[in-house]
Design a binder for this molecule. Structure first.
Ligand SMILES: [Fe+2]
Length: 309
């Protein structure tokens, strides 16, 4: 019996060490030439047809080994999404907090991480991307913070609400973009912070801020299909005023919410058809070393709490 336990332990430890190889290779990888959001969008210009898909995730928080290892696992799955060649995947979009603390190291790692995704990657800005000199690095590595673009029959508006508010100028710009979007069959918004917290037990309560109501009423009036956000490291989807609000903050950062409530690593595959869209949430099992050092204990902790209280 002792021998079996010993053998199993050795195998698990060997596999855990093996699961660290991709992140080690990432750090040793040479930094590719960065590309901006504008350059990524240019690659979509020749897309034709009404059926397509795109990938969404948020909060990869590049620059910390736990986060990077998990994001690499996500990317290995993302890159296989087109294996059946049914719906073309046009791009991936990241809903902010691309970096852990906005440092140069973080941006360099994000640049490497992004280069591993098979499709053009469009990045929204999150609050952590501005930490320290982050705003400067964002300009250099990512480009614009607020922009809109059309792809086939859909219009995408990316906004910067990283400070947790939207000013009058931003609302004016947003409304102009919303008017422009009416020429398209589908309208999507990407904003790092959702206008409400999807999780009751969260400290974050944006719905108490005036921008939240104003923003949601605009989304309703202009018939937005979906708003994709991150910020909270969780998966949750809700519908208000005919608009789907999806929080998809499981792109790599350690998730501290219970997995039963959406605290798991994941990304979304959104498929757009003629006049409707749908999405699938791909839940990713963490790299083994990360499961053994964090995720397993998180779930044990919540299980004990549930039993005691
Ligand atoms: Fe975050």
């Amino acid at each position: 019996m002792k021998k079996i336990i010993k053998t199993i332990s050795v195998i698990v430890i060997a596999l855990a060490i093996y699961s660290l190889i991709p992140v080690t290779a990432l750090y040793l990888k040479k930094s590719p030439t960065p590309y901006t959001n504008e350059e990524a969008i240019e690659k979509l210009e020749d897309n034709k047809g009404e059926h397509f898909a795109f990938i969404v995730f948020g909060d990869n928080h590049s620059g910390l080994v736990f986060n990077d290892s998990a994001t690499l696992k996500l990317i290995s799955r993302i890159n296989r999404e087109d294996r059946f060649r049914k719906v073309p995947i046009d791009f991936a979009i990241v809903a902010g907090d691309l970096t852990n603390k906005g440092s140069l190291w973080d941006y360099r790692v994000y640049n490497k991480v992004r280069s591993l995704i098979k499709w053009p990657v469009i990045s929204a800005v999150g609050n952590h991307d501005d930490d320290g000199k982050g705003a400067e690095y964002f300009r250099e590595y990512v480009g614009k913070r607020e922009f809109a673009f059309g792809d086939r029959n859909a219009y995408f508006i990316v906004i910067d609400n990283s400070i947790g508010d939207l000013g009058d100028e931003q609302f004016k710009k947003l409304e102009d973009e919303l008017k422009a979007s009416s020429a398209y069959k589908h309208r999507f918004i990407v904003a790092h912070k959702a206008p409400f917290s999807p999780y009751q037990q969260s400290w974050y309560r944006p719905e108490l801020s005036p921008w939240s109501y104003r923003f949601m009423k605009l989304c309703e009036a202009y018939k937005i299909d979906a708003v994709f956000s991150g910020h909270e490291h969780i998966f949750k989807a809700q519908k208000f005023g005919g608009v789907k609000y999806i929080t998809t903050g499981g792109g790599g950062m350690l998730t501290h919410f219970p997995s039963a409530d959406g605290g798991f690593l994941h990304y979304l595959v959104v498929r757009v058809y003629g006049d409707y869209f749908d999405y699938e949430t791909r839940r990713i099992f963490p790299p083994l070393w990360e499961f053994l050092t964090y995720y397993m204990w998180k779930e044990i902790f919540y299980s004990i709490i549930n039993v005691i209280f």
